[in-house]
Design a protein around this ligand. Structure first.
Ligand SMILES: [Mn+2]
Length: 336
């Protein structure tokens, strides 16, 4: 299954926080107690975020969030790791995301492990209760605290968010603030290839929609995206929350991550996903998670993974593979 092999993290956070290019050496260990939510209609010429330069967006950088681990954060049920610290960190994160989104921004959160989606989606939903979620990941991250075998909360975030699942989810210490905010028809997974038996049962039993790597092989990424949009925004336009786990990519492309699984997305498939989401004009929040230079075998691996993450973010906000011109430029060429 997906989660048992994951590197344990001390809280809801870690990894990619510092790896916006041009800022810090890519292989330097991140501050495990910080994520870095950024907001933008990212930005031309913003010096803190060369990542989004050229996409023509404005950027407001909220900087890193740092969280204080709760002392004596005992295991819940002898298994669940750091429940109070993860719960509290996500509560703070939800506040920031909610503020960003209600300020009219699309909110980018760079993590960190995938448990941060508890906070980002909760915060996003406060302002956009009608949102839908596209979850790009090798794993379903939908174990409950009762089905998990590893106890890691980064294998469970979706279980806290889905309304239909709440009878199966006990309340953890530190989690009392969470209100499940999405219904199962409002989430689509893309890229699954390592799903625990209990997770498989949940996906089937609650009729949760997903496109596994096999589905991508069968249909091609173009049809997968068409069907994803038919399912989520075919009937009405809604804000999209994209929660992108870098381990959706093949480990040859994204080796610096905690739970790599062979047989993942190609670069072209991954970037096609984000380009299509950008083209909807509905992207309202983006999580980019599980980039972890600590587990890279070399600086090259860490760098390649971080650069890939940057491409995911930039293409989500309009960086294209075909270049772009302006109307006046076209006129210029035609009249010259
Ligand atoms: Mn994940």
């Amino acid at each position: 299954g997906g989660e048992p092999h994951r590197a344990a993290s001390r809280s809801a956070t870690c990894s990619a926080a510092h790896h916006v290019p041009g800022e810090q050496p890519l292989a330097s260990p991140p501050d495990a107690s910080a994520f870095r939510p950024e907001e933008g209609r990212p930005l031309r010429g913003c010096d803190r975020s060369p990542v989004l330069r050229g996409t023509g967006c404005h950027l407001k950088d909220f900087g890193d969030l740092s969280f204080t681990p709760v002392p004596k954060d005992d295991l819940y049920n002898n298994l669940i790791v750091n429940p109070r610290s993860v719960g509290l960190a996500n509560q703070e994160l939800a506040e920031v995301v909610s503020k960003a989104v209600s300020g009219g921004y699309s909110c980018v959160t760079v993590g960190g492990d995938h448990s941060l989606a508890i906070g980002t989606i909760s915060g996003h939903a406060r302002h956009c209760p009608d949102l839908c979620v596209i979850w790009v990941d090798a794993h379903a991250d939908i174990n409950t605290p009762l089905t998990t075998s590893s106890g890691n909360l980064h294998g469970q975030p979706v279980s806290f968010l889905l309304r239909e699942l709440q009878e199966e989810v006990p309340q953890l210490p530190g989690f009392s603030w969470i209100k499940p905010c999405i219904s199962s028809p409002s989430i689509v997974y893309i890229g699954l290839r390592d799903v625990d038996p209990a997770e498989h049962f949940i996906l089937k039993n609650y009729d949760i929609q997903y496109f596994s790597m096999r589905d991508i092989d069968r249909l091609g990424i173009q049809k997968v995206m068409e069907q994803t949009f038919d399912l989520l925004i075919g009937k009405r336009q809604r804000p999209i929350h994209l929660s992108f786990d870098i381990d959706a990519f093949d480990p040859t492309l994204a080796p610096a991550t905690g739970t790599p699984v062979v047989g993942g997305l190609t670069y072209r498939e991954g970037i096609y996903i984000t380009e299509e989401i950008h083209n909807t004009g509905l992207l309202s929040a983006l999580d980019l998670v599980e980039v972890n230079p600590w587990v890279a075998a070399s600086e090259e691996e860490a760098k390649a993974t971080a650069v890939l993450a940057v491409d995911v973010i930039a293409s989500s906000f309009g960086q294209t593979r075909e270049g772009e011109g302006t109307l006046s430029m076209t006129n210029f060429l035609l009249t010259r």
